[in-house]
Write a protein that binds this ligand. Structure first.
Ligand SMILES: [Zn+2]
Length: 167
């Protein structure tokens, strides 16, 4: 039996409303935090979780101690977002040494070990998933991105930062 259009629309409305409520009440995040990418202060401050790229454009974050101190002073939860963040980095054959390089940068910069990991553009192979999990990091991907407001430094996300402010 064909469902009446009205019922379908009401269901859709309820689901979208629910998603908006969940996103409004979940922690805000910002992707692509690294010294080489301009990041609006407003969004750095609004976010609860900062996703940091440890070695963007072959520029290790620990080389910029002033930046490291600034990020620590924001007093946010920090996660690791790729190592160099080229695309598609986490579909490549990466080694334990490569992951360790990122972790080490993170530790030298913030004096803490990353416990969460988000791959660039959320893409990651099975082998690299194992590698990240073996390094005791929890992988965050699509559901994290759907159920949270996720800003991007320099506003480069699929959805613009203003959209996340509204919905
Ligand atoms: Zn990114």
């Amino acid at each position: 039996m064909k469902k009446p259009l009205k019922v379908t629309l009401i269901t859709l409305f309820i689901l979208v409303s629910l998603l908006i409520v969940i996103r409004a009440n979940s922690v805000r995040q910002i992707d692509d935090v690294t010294p080489g990418i301009y990041c609006e202060k407003e969004y750095l401050e609004k976010a609860d979780i900062l996703w940091v790229i440890p070695n963007y454009n072959n520029t290790p974050i620990s080389q910029n101690q002033e930046w490291c101190d600034y990020v620590v002073s924001l007093n946010k939860t920090l996660g690791m977002h790729g190592v160099q963040h080229y695309y598609p980095e986490f579909k490549d054959n990466l080694t334990q040494e490569y992951i360790e390089e990122g972790i080490k940068e993170f530790e030298n910069c913030f004096n803490q070990t990353p416990t969460m990991f988000k791959p660039p553009k959320l893409e990651i192979s099975y082998e690299n998933k194992v590698l990240i999990t073996n390094n005791e990091m929890e992988i965050k991907r699509y559901s994290n991105q759907i159920f949270h407001k996720v800003y991007h430094c320099s506003d480069t996300g699929t959805l613009p930062n203003w959209f996340h402010d509204l919905f």
